[in-house]
Design a protein around this ligand. Structure first.
Ligand code: FES
Length: 324
C-alpha cells in the first residue's frame, strides 16, 4: 500500500482508496462513496463496486495498522506548493525505521489548503496545511514528533498551531501567513490628529477576508475644508502574501484612478511600509506608515523624515471597532 513520492501519471484504485479513507478520516457511509464513484467513472478508471469496497477495506486497515502514521499528500496541487527538498526533509524525520511511519498519498481533499498532510495517533487524526516554507515544516514536524513521543494529539501545538487545519473553524480557510492581520478585519472608525497643528480628520476602515487568501480594506478619509465643506478620499487596498517572500504585498486603488503598490514589513503585530510624504516637505522627505493593534481597535501613525534622517510622527489615528 505504501506509495513512493514520485507523482503517478495513472492513478491506481488502491491509492485513490487510501486518499478517500484520509478524506473521510477513516469513517464513511454508503452515500459518501457516490462522489468517488462519479470520479472513477469520469476518469474512466475500471472498477466493480465489490472491488472498490474491498480496496477501501484494505486502505482502512493500512490506515489503522501502526500505532501512529503520517500521511503526506502528493496530489498535484500539493506538489506544486511544496518547497524544494520537501520529500527529503520529511523522510529525514519520518519513515519505516523511525518512530512514525510516513506514506505519500493521493489527494486528501482540501486542495485549496495545499500542501496538506494528516497525522493519525491511535483513533484520532490531525491535519496540517499551507506549510509552504522550510521554516513552516520545521515547526510542524517538531510538534508531530512531540505528539508521537507523548502518544497523543492533545498537545500544545504552539507556533505550529496556525498550520493545524480545523474543519469547524471558518478562519481556518484563510492563508495562515496572513492570519496575523486578523486585527484589521471588521469595521473601524477613528479621528486623526496632526501632531504639529490643531486640525483633525475622520477615517473609516472596513477590512474583510477575500477568497481565502487575501485581505481587502475599504478606506475613507474625510478632511474639513475652509469653506465648510468636506473633502473625502476613498481607497480600496488588497493585501496578499507569497509564502516564498518575507513581506506582504499590497495594491491600493484610489478614487483618483491611481494604483499604488506597497511592500509591507511585519514587526511582530506591527505593519510598516513606505508611504508618500505630503508635497510641502519637498523632494528629500520620506514617509512611513505604521499600523498596529490597540485595545479593541488599531492605531495608524504617519511618520515623516523631513530630510534629516529622522522619522517623526506627523499624524496619528486611533480607530475603535464598531459594533455592527
Ligand atoms: S492534492 Fe493534496 S489535498 Fe488535494
Amino acid at each position: 500500500m505504501s506509495s513512493s513520492y514520485k507523482e503517478e501519471t495513472s492513478l491506481s484504485l488502491e491509492e485513490l482508496a487510501l486518499g478517500f479513507v484520509l478524506r473521510m478520516q477513516g469513517y464513511w457511509t454508503e452515500e459518501s462513496l457516490d462522489p468517488m464513484i462519479e470520479y472513477l467513472n469520469k476518469k474512466k478508471i475500471p472498477f466493480h463496486r465489490d472491488q472498490l469496497v474491498e480496496k477501501l477495506g484494505q486502505a482502512k486497515r493500512f490506515f489503522n495498522k501502526d500505532p501512529n502514521h503520517l500521511f503526506v499528500c502528493k496530489g498535484r496541487p500539493c506538489l506544486k506548493r511544496q518547497f524544494e527538498g520537501f520529500p527529503k526533509a520529511v523522510l529525514q524525520e519520518f519513515g519505516p525505521d523511525k518512530a512514525c511511519p510516513v506514506t505519500f498519498t493521493q489527494c486528501q481533499g482540501p486542495c485549496k489548503q495545499a500542501p496538506f498532510a494528516t497525522l493519525r495517533i491511535g483513533t484520532e487524526t490531525r491535519q496540517f496545511s499551507q506549510f509552504s516554507n522550510p521554516s513552516d515544516w520545521t515547526l510542524i514536524s517538531k510538534q508531530i514528533q512531540n505528539a508521537v513521543v507523548q502518544n497523543t494529539l492533545v498537545i500544545d501545538w504552539g507556533s505550529a498551531s496556525p498550520f493545524v487545519f480545523n474543519f469547524t473553524d471558518p478562519t481556518a480557510s484563510q492563508d495562515v501567513h496572513l492570519k496575523s492581520l486578523q486585527f484589521l478585519v471588521g469595521h473601524f472608525k477613528g479621528q486623526g490628529r496632526f501632531i504639529d497643528f490643531d486640525k483633525t480628520f475622520d477615517k473609516e476602515i472596513i477590512g474583510a477576508w477575500e477568497l481565502g487568501g487575501f485581505l481587502s480594506i475599504r478606506m475613507t478619509a474625510t478632511y474639513p475644508m475652509q469653506n465648510g465643506r468636506q473633502d473625502t478620499h476613498r481607497v480600496m487596498v488588497i493585501l496578499g502574501k507569497d509564502p516564498a517572500e518575507a513581506h506582504i504585498s499590497a495594491r491600493a486603488y484610489t478614487d483618483h484612478g491611481m494604483t499604488i503598490d506597497f511592500t509591507i514589513q511585519q514587526n511582530g503585530s506591527e505593519l510598516e511600509f513606505e508611504d508618500t510624504p505630503p508635497g510641502r516637505f519637498g523632494k528629500k522627505a520620506r514617509a512611513r506608515k505604521r499600523i498596529y493593534p490597540v485595545n479593541d481597535g488599531l492605531k495608524e501613525v504617519l511618520e515623516i523624515d523631513r530630510g534629516d534622517g529622522e522619522f517623526k510622527p506627523y499624524y496619528e489615528v486611533i480607530f475603535a471597532k464598531t459594533k455592527l
